[in-house]
Design a binder for this molecule. Structure first.
Ligand code: NAP
Length: 256
């Protein structure tokens, strides 16, 4: 209890999956949490449950690919809670598509969320965190930002870019004397709505699930909290010497 007590956090894409788990764990460990998402019904329910448990939380409707929404989300959080300490750039989309058959429209759509969204989040969080005396930005990349997959061209490209954007921003903040740390997290396959929908879309969900499980040496998919505990560590003051790093939480997927 209290590992991020007194801190103020934004978690994007916090209505479900990994983002929801991060929002719930940060709140349970003492942070005031702004859950943002384009899914206002589901996001509102996450916040209602947090408030019912006595935590400080608000929901803000937010499409991370739109710069003007970032400005008002950061302003709204600072107005409500007085500062910003933690940003979890979690919102993301993913679908299968190889490099030959991915349309330019699908490419831009995915990049708009997975890469533009993270860029805009970092860009708009820095001034608010600087004014708060420092902070921690955690970007959700993926194992797909570390190794290639023939069927995930745009997703691979977006998550690889998030990995290096994280290092550029970490260096910018550290060399600029700001006490703002920036790190990336690289999950293996985690059982969330994103993965469930991708399996359903494959037309052979059960067989596909077994094949994906077999890629993880531990023999199963991860759970959202497996990632949330890593995010909590990077968000907290336990990791004050950690910046520009990659936290891989993947059941051994990339160890092979
Ligand atoms: P998820 O179950 O699909 O949840 C993601 C949430 O983000 C959804 O509520 C989604 O809303 C929202 N979102 C999507 N686009 C948005 C936008 N433009 N603005 C604001 N919110 C938006 O996904 P997840 O599996 O928890 O994944 C979370 C993050 O971890 C993503 O960045 C993903 O790439 C990464 N990741 C996931 C896995 C995995 O196996 N699950 C592995 C590695 C990395 P909609 O429902 O409307 O799209």
């Amino acid at each position: 209890m209290g590992r991020v007590a007194g801190k103020v956090a934004i978690v994007t894409g916090g209505a479900m999956g990994i983002g929801q788990a991060c929002a719930e764990l940060l709140a349970a460990e003492g942070a005031a949490v702004a859950v943002t998402d384009r899914e206002s019904d589901a996001g509102g329910k996450v916040v209602d449950a947090l408030v019912a448990r006595g935590h400080r939380a608000i929901f803000l409707e937010h499409d991370v690919s739109l710069e003007n929404r970032w400005q008002s989300v950061v302003d709204g959080v600072v107005k409500t809670y007085g500062k910003l300490d933690i940003l979890v750039n979690n919102a993301g989309v993913g679908w299968f598509g190889d490099v030959e058959h991915t349309t330019i429209e699908d490419w831009h759509k995915l990049m708009g969320v997975n890469l533009d969204g993270v860029f805009l989040g970092i860009k708009h969080a820095i001034p608010a965190m600087r004014a708060s005396g420092g902070g921690s930005i955690v970007n959700l990349s993926s194992i797909e930002g570390l190794v290639g997959d023939p069927g995930l061209a745009a997703y691979n490209a977006s998550k690889g870019a998030v990995r290096l954007l994280t290092k550029s921003a970490a260096l910018y903040c550290a060399r600029g004397g700001m006490k703002i740390r920036v790190n990336s997290v690289h999950p293996g396959y985690i059982w969330t709505p994103m993965v469930r929908h991708a399996l359903e879309a494959s037309g052979n969900a059960a067989e596909m699930q077994r094949a994906i499980e077999a890629l993880h040496p531990v023999g199963h998919l991860g759970e959202p909290n497996d990632i949330a505990y890593g995010v909590l560590y990077l968000a907290s003051d336990e990791s004050t010497f950690v910046t520009g790093s990659e936290l891989v939480i993947d059941g051994g997927y990339t160890a092979q």
